[in-house]
Write a protein of this length. Structure first.
Length: 407
């Protein structure tokens, strides 16, 4: 993967230790109640053995309970919820379940890179639909919601071979939460073309604007939609690899069957811990605290861009911030190794930040096809799910950009 160049740069940088704002892993532990639940589960004989492929009933029940509100219907934990080994494996299971050789899957660009290989592994062909950046994004701070769907491209992307569509909201890397109107427009086309929707909602617990779920748009859309979640994102435990899909039983049964072939079942003690986690979180205000904490981190971190006069795209959800570096001038003649020199500007900027300031960020061209690398190459993606001190360290280092900023 291309980001490995960035990771290698981080170890080669003269500035140590690196302040890593790149990958979206948490810089702090899951809540104490989740860790305690995991320790308790490890002491249980049954919780150390195989789980059913569909997942442990305790977790399926907890998820059914938690999501019946947002999905506006009672959920049957037996038939409408299935557990996966992280959201990524759940999404792969869905592609394996429904995509046949030559089928097409519509994906919005920029995209979470794992979708692509997962679709291609199932024999599918990806049809890309651009999200258009805000036109003044390099001049002024904008809202992540200002990235808009190219509706003409979306309409043209559908063909008789369209089998599935993937929609990620809140979106990685943009932080956009799709509006009800946007969901409605996508939904209409999917119903017309009988297209199964993967609503990748892995950042749903960190949604900062009012929003609606794709699965609730209409009864016809419920019948076509698989809502995907990640307990790793929700409880700051990305390494636990617990995810899930919710949807009508006629879709969920095939996802469970594919998941059974791929990995049989998911880790039992962590499923038990997550089940307890949902129940406790409903009682101790964790959901509100979690949102407040991440909003606080976004605000804390973005002050440095306000100070520097660098515009950014203010997220409506999740924990990524896209900052616009068009005003930052890399000195003429700055030497890049050949593997970086051939990359777009964002990649060079990421390299420059690592080498000169010791701050790692992700170049968004990683989320684009090569022919579209230029679309967002003024931006860099920063993950703010880090300790406040790390955010302060990153800010202090980023202040070193002042001398490179054109007025
Ligand atoms: C948009 C999106 N979907 C899915 C995933 C995968 O989640 P998990 O870690 O639960 O597999 C990620 C992780 O970064 C993501 O950003």
């Amino acid at each position: 993967m291309k980001t490995s160049i960035i990771n290698n740069a981080a170890s080669a940088s003269p500035v140590k230790p690196m302040v890593n704002m790149g990958q979206g892993f948490f810089g702090y532990n899951p809540p104490e109640f989740l860790l305690d639940a995991a320790k308790n589960a490890l002491n249980r004989v049954d919780a150390n053995q195989y789980s059913p492929s569909k997942g442990r009933m305790s977790l399926r029940k907890a998820i059914a309970q938690h999501y019946s509100g947002p999905l506006e219907r009672p959920l049957n934990p037996e038939t409408e919820v299935t557990i996966s080994t992280g959201a990524n494996e759940g999404i792969l299971s869905a592609f394996m379940a429904f995509v046949e050789d030559g089928d097409e899957v519509i994906v919005f660009e920029p995209f979470f890179d794992q979708y692509i290989s997962n679709i291609e592994m199932a024999g599918g062909k990806v049809r890309y639909v651009p999200l258009i950046p805000p036109p003044n994004g390099n001049k002024e701070t904008s809202c992540a919601g200002d990235w808009l769907i190219n509706m003409d491209a979306l309409m043209q992307a559908f063909s008789p071979n369209t089998r599935m569509l993937v929609l990620n909201s809140p979106h990685n890397p943009i932080g956009k939460v799709f509006t009800e109107q946007e969901l409605g427009a996508i939904a209409e086309l999917c119903v017309q073309h009988n297209t199964i929707i993967i609503a990748d909602d892995v950042y749903d617990s960190l949604t900062y604007v009012s929003s609606k779920r794709m699965a609730t748009i209409s009864p016809a859309i419920w019948d076509l939609t698989l809502t995907v979640g990640s307990v790793g994102k929700t409880f700051y435990a990305t390494g636990w690899r617990v995810g899930f899909l919710i949807g009508p039983s006629h879709l969920i049964q095939y996802v469970s069957a594919a998941h059974m072939r791929i990995c049989y079942s998911s880790p039992s003690p962590l499923q038990e811990a997550c089940a307890a986690g949902y129940i406790i979180a409903a009682q101790n205000g964790f959901w509100e605290k979690s949102k407040k904490s991440l909003i606080g981190k976004i605000e804390r971190f973005c002050t440095v861009f306000d100070e520097l006069g660098l515009p950014y795209s203010s997220p409506q959800g999740g924990y990524f911030v896209l900052a616009n570096f068009s005003k930052v001038q890399i000195p003429d003649g700055y030497e890049f190794p050949a593997k970086v020199a051939c990359r777009p500007r964002d990649f060079k900027m990421a390299w420059f930040l690592i080498m000169e300031l010791g701050v790692a960020a992700i170049p968004p061209s990683e989320f684009y096809l090569e022919e579209n690398w230029h679309v967002a190459d003024d931006y860099l993606r920063f993950a703010v799910c880090k300790e406040d001190q790390i955010l302060e360290d990153a800010k202090e280092r980023l202040r070193g950009l002042k001398k490179y900023i054109k007025s």
